[in-house]
Write a protein that binds this ligand. Structure first.
Ligand code: SF4
Ligand code: SF4
Length: 290
């Protein structure tokens, strides 16, 4: 399967004319008579998580219907797509961390990687392990399930959309930008790449998927970036963080390295260079959703 790094080169060589795509769909007997655009194939792969990310995606209401109507064929999903095997996809959104004792889950994420151009880890469980790090040593519903790991422990991931759950807009915009990166014109591809770059950097970061309280300390608090919002303390599943004098204090012995605090921190990752493109990106999203 083609990877995101070779998308641009391969796309120029292989991009079929729009007419061909319409004809192919008509030949295949698909109901859609006049597709507005050449759609991408995307799906949702569900590993160990609470389904909050999928609910957040659905919380876009009309926005998500427009995306499905015009830009995306939703080809894989536990409940919304009538298929049992992970098909070829342009974009796979993977939610949840992976139980190493669950062979089906391990094979599933490997298959999703193999079959997808862009793999997006959505939510803190997929990105850092999150609360599932707590389900270790036989504490889970099935005691034989001893260890849960984030996706990057098993496969290459292209984009991280952290937080528990990510906002509906974050998820919607990521799908839009993935579409524009694959099918847009040069200017749209440039802006989409700029939007996705910080999230791609997170996926390639050597420490983000292994984040702990120490990471929060080093990357946010020690950098003078903490604004005392308390999101980290609220997100910590083992209450290792308390807010004292408006700042987080961590109990390192309690920390289970789930990364939830860092994933939830609004100052945990921020690309100031993006501010310059803010207007262009906002206009692009509004244009797509008009
Ligand atoms: S401090 Fe809490 S939220 Fe942060 S990594 Fe440790 S256990 Fe997870
Ligand atoms: S979530 Fe981040 S900004 Fe908010 S209190 Fe915790 S470290 Fe500070």
């Amino acid at each position: 399967m083609q990877r995101i790094s070779s998308v641009f080169r391969k796309q120029e060589a292989e991009k079929p004319a729009k007419k061909d795509v319409v004809e192919r769909k008509a030949e295949a007997g698909m109901k859609e008579e006049k597709p507005v655009a050449e759609k991408i194939r995307a799906g949702h792969v569900h590993e160990s998580g609470c389904t909050g990310c999928l609910v957040a995606l659905a919380d876009n209401y009309e926005g998500i219907l427009k995306i499905l109507d015009r830009y995306v064929d939703w080809v894989y999903d536990l409940t919304l797509a009538d298929t049992r095997h992970i098909p070829k996809m342009d974009v796979a959104l993977i939610e949840g961390s992976v139980c190493l004792q669950d062979k089906i889950a391990v094979e599933e994420v490997k298959k999703a990687r193999q079959n997808s151009t862009i793999v997006v880890a959505i939510g803190a469980c997929a990105c850092t392990g999150n609360i599932n790090r707590f389900d270790r040593g036989g504490q889970a519903n099935q005691p034989q399930h001893e260890s849960f790991v984030p996706l990057t422990d098993l496969i290459d991931v292209d984009v991280f959309v952290p937080c528990c759950p990510p906002t509906p807009e974050q998820l919607r915009n990521t799908v839009i930008m993935a579409y524009l990166l694959l099918k847009g014109n040069d200017e749209q591809k440039k802006l989409a790449g700029r939007y996705l770059q910080p999230l791609m950097n997170l996926a390639k970061s050597p420490f983000y998927s292994k984040a702990s309280y120490n990471t929060l300390m080093q990357e946010v608090i020690n950098q003078g970036l903490c604004m005392g919002c308390g999101s980290c303390a609220a997100a910590c599943p083992v209450r290792a963080i308390t807010m004292e004098y408006g700042k987080p204090q961590g109990e390192r012995d309690l920390c289970i390295n789930c990364g939830a605090c860092f994933a939830q921190c609004p100052r945990g990752f921020f690309d100031h260079g993006l501010e310059e493109q803010y207007e262009g990106i906002t206009e692009l999203i509004q244009e797509v959703l008009k």
